[in-house]
Design a protein around this ligand. Structure first.
Ligand code: TYM
Length: 332
């Protein structure tokens, strides 16, 4: 049986990278797989979060998932902290993973920066919690953007080491699902940097709560170069901004980058940006309207998350039992 797990952190506003790299793909996969989609609030607290903002963001991200087209009846949609098994299995994986493996994680190095001594232990052990999220349900496939690839390799290493140590094929070796024209959306201000929630410049990203004028302004101000757009992807060499904006257009219009080059090759950035802004507003505004409607009904969102947590808990419990038994913990 194929089962999907994926997650998103409730830290600040979701951006176009989260949507095109992950959430939109989840919507497409829900017809073919049994899926669990999780708002990972326990991952969020690996760096400081204001409690009221964390609560609001958790609801907002859940609303964004539904507004994007994820059906909470067909799939399990929940927030991580409501299912205690994530923390329990993460501890076990802390004892399986090796310091050397975690030391190699580029995301930790980026996030901890120069001040490594002052980073939380949670930030260091973050990938063990991520492995626990996935393996708590024996998920086999994980749709993510490209930046999560290394974490998924670690998940595979943890599953394999656990299985080897206990001489039992308990955990599946998960497959990443990284697809679409925008697996790595770049900053609008610098085509060599990933679009990210933590970029200090608000102009670097389009968020799921930006209104039409803001989206148009951010695209108009996006970094470009003086040349006309290339008519084939071969022309992207040394032109990361052109590659990024045309990639975003391809993803939003459900075409591929080659077609976008054929259509806009030879045009100036200014003309293309106008088309891109119209397309982005057209695709995002129905999602934003629905998000606003759902945010006006927090009782509904909370109820949906609670129900999701009950279903997730039921799925996790027999797997946790098997894990406890395998390790040698006494039965309750
Ligand atoms: P997070 O919250 O940073 O991002 C959520 C999803 O969005 C994708 N993404 C991007 N895709 C393309 N271009 C970008 N610029 C971009 N930025 C973000 C991410 O790849 C991700 O798929 N550690 C994870 C959350 C997590 C998780 C899990 C994911 C926790 N447990 C288990 C999968 C399975 C994270 O921080 O995602």
């Amino acid at each position: 049986m194929s089962r999907i797990f994926s997650g998103v952190q409730p830290t600040g506003d979701l951006h176009l990278g989260n949507y095109l790299g992950a959430i939109r793909n989840w919507v497409r996969l829900q017809d073919d797989y049994e899926c669990l989609f999780c708002v990972v609030d326990m991952h969020a607290i690996t760096v400081w979060q204001e409690p009221d903002e964390l609560r609001a963001s958790t609801r907002e991200v859940a609303a964004a998932l539904l507004a994007s087209g994820i059906d909470p009846r067909r799939n399990i949609v929940f927030n991580q902290s409501q299912v205690p098994g994530h923390a329990e299995l993460a501890w076990i994986f802390n004892c399986v993973a090796r310091m050397g493996w975690l030391n190699r994680m580029t995301q930790f190095k980026e996030k901890a920066g120069k001040n490594r001594e002052n980073a939380s232990i949670g930030l260091f052990a973050y990938p063990c919690l991520m492995a626990a999220d996935i393996l708590l349900y024996k998920a086999t496939h994980v749709p993510v953007g490209e930046d999560q690839k290394q974490h998924l390799e670690l998940t595979r290493d943890i599953a394999q080491k656990f299985n080897n140590d206990f001489k039992k094929e308990l955990f599946p070796v998960v497959e990443p699902l990284i697809f679409g024209a925008a697996t790595r959306v770049m900053s609008l201000r610098d085509g060599s940097k990933k679009m990210s929630k933590s970029d200090p410049s608000d102009l670097s990203r389009i968020t799921m709560t930006d209104d039409a004028d803001t989206i148009a302004k951010k695209i108009r101000k996006a970094k470009s170069d003086p040349d006309a757009l290339p008519d084939s992807p071969d022309g992207f060499k040394g032109r990361p901004e052109a590659a990024n904006l045309m990639g975003i257009y391809a993803a939003l219009s459900d075409s591929d980058i080659k077609e976008v080059c054929e259509r806009f090759g030879g045009e100036q950035f200014s003309t293309f940006k106008q088309h891109l802004a119209d397309l982005a507003v057209d695709k995002l505004s129905p999602i934003q309207d629905e998000m606003r409607r759902l945010m006006g009904d927090p009782g509904y969102v909370d109820g949906m998350l609670n129900e999701g947590a009950v279903r997730a808990q039921e799925m996790a419990e027999p797997i946790l039992k098997e894990v406890r038994e395998t390790i040698g913990f006494l039965r309750k």
